[in-house]
Design a binder for this molecule. Structure first.
Ligand code: ES4
Ligand code: ZN
Length: 324
């Protein structure tokens, strides 16, 4: 089964590129750029990566991003992720990046996007991996700052496939960003948003109604509202679910309690994704293996989840066919 899961072609739709920064690369970049780290060893890092909730994780995740300075750093980060994709037969990836994490500390938008984009272009030619880039706004920052970021992205709009919304969910509901998402839509960018990870089903409703999102990232709390589940199902709104992330951040105490297969049974278009693989214990394949080991996922369910990942992608139909 594990061999089957590895070989099965998959798409990933929920991956924060900053969350793919492995401790080894973090140490190497810290040294290259002369940035102090709060860790003396890899063991120290492992001890630090024990989270009680989303905010515990985010504090460490933003601090670690401080080692990313040059365009080459963003290239190296992205390339390392693409090499993992190649190993795991992830043939298409829709990648989030958080420009504000970097512009806030004086790194230019151009440095960030050029480094990531150059690696993605090489990923296509050298590894045969197709990819799209989704720019996320940090919801703990203001709507004005998100709007400024969207304006800054203007010259690079051809390199973007959409916009997203991430970071601390509770207290930062979708409606805070209604204007920003309306502007993005006018610019021709489709939207996704994290909703219903720690936040209530109401945030999923408002992401749909007010932000007009095409997909919900996480969305596992939709089960609290049967009417919402019906709307998600009838409108074929995909959920990009991240099983290892959810157990590491205690959205579910244990994998055996995760509701992804229940959502699949209800007819929802759910997909399996890694979120922040360097922090949560693995890439897409490790997530599939965890569902097999923790939830007794069958081969047929795995195939369905992988098919969903292509169907839920922003690829055109002909592009999807070419990958299958
Ligand atoms: C994130 Cl797991 C998660 N949730 C919300 N925002 C994020 N950014 C990176 N990982
Ligand atoms: Zn996420």
């Amino acid at each position: 089964m594990i061999d089957f899961l590895t070989k099965m072609p998959k798409a990933e739709l929920h991956l924060h590129i900053e969350g793919s920064l492995e401790p080894e690369l973090m140490f190497a970049l810290a040294q290259r750029n002369n940035i102090p780290l709060p860790y003396a060893s890899l063991d120290d890092v492992r001890r630090a990566y024990q989270f009680e909730n989303l905010q515990d994780f985010l504090d460490i995740y933003y601090a670690s991003a401080a080692v990313l300075i040059t365009e080459q750093d963003f290239y190296d980060l992205t390339w390392a992720y693409l090499e993992k994709c190649a190993e795991q037969n992830v043939v298409h990836s829709e990648i989030f990046f958080d420009p504000q994490t970097h512009t806030q500390r004086g790194i230019s938008f151009k440095t960030v996007i050029n480094g990531i984009s150059r690696a993605l272009a090489d990923g296509k030619t050298q590894l045969g991996i197709s990819s799209l880039l989704i720019m996320c706004f940090l919801r703990h920052l203001s709507a004005e700052e998100a709007m400024q970021t969207l304006v800054e992205a203007g010259p690079y709009i051809g390199q973007l496939a959409g916009v997203g919304l991430d970071s601390s969910e509770l207290g930062h509901p979708p409606e805070k960003f209604s204007q920003v998402f309306a502007m993005a839509s006018e610019m021709g960018l489709p939207a996704v948003a994290h909703a219903g990870e720690e936040g209530p089903a109401e945030y999923i409703w408002n992401a749909l109604k007010l932000l007009k999102v095409k997909r919900i990232d996480h969305g596992v709390r939709c089960v609290d509202d049967p009417e919402l589940v019906a709307v998600l199902r009838d409108n074929h709104i995909p959920l990009t679910v991240c099983p290892l992330s959810n157990t590491k951040l205690k959205v579910f105490e244990q994998m055996s309690q995760h509701n992804i297969l229940e959502l699949l049974d209800k007819g929802l278009n759910v997909t399996v994704n890694s979120d922040d693989p360097a922090y949560f214990g693995g890439y897409v394949n490790e997530n599939f293996v965890a569902l097999y080991q923790g939830l007794a996922m069958t081969q047929a369910q795995a195939v369905k989840l992988a098919q969903n990942s292509f169907n839920a992608s922003f690829l055109e139909n002909e592009e999807k066919q070419a990958l299958l």
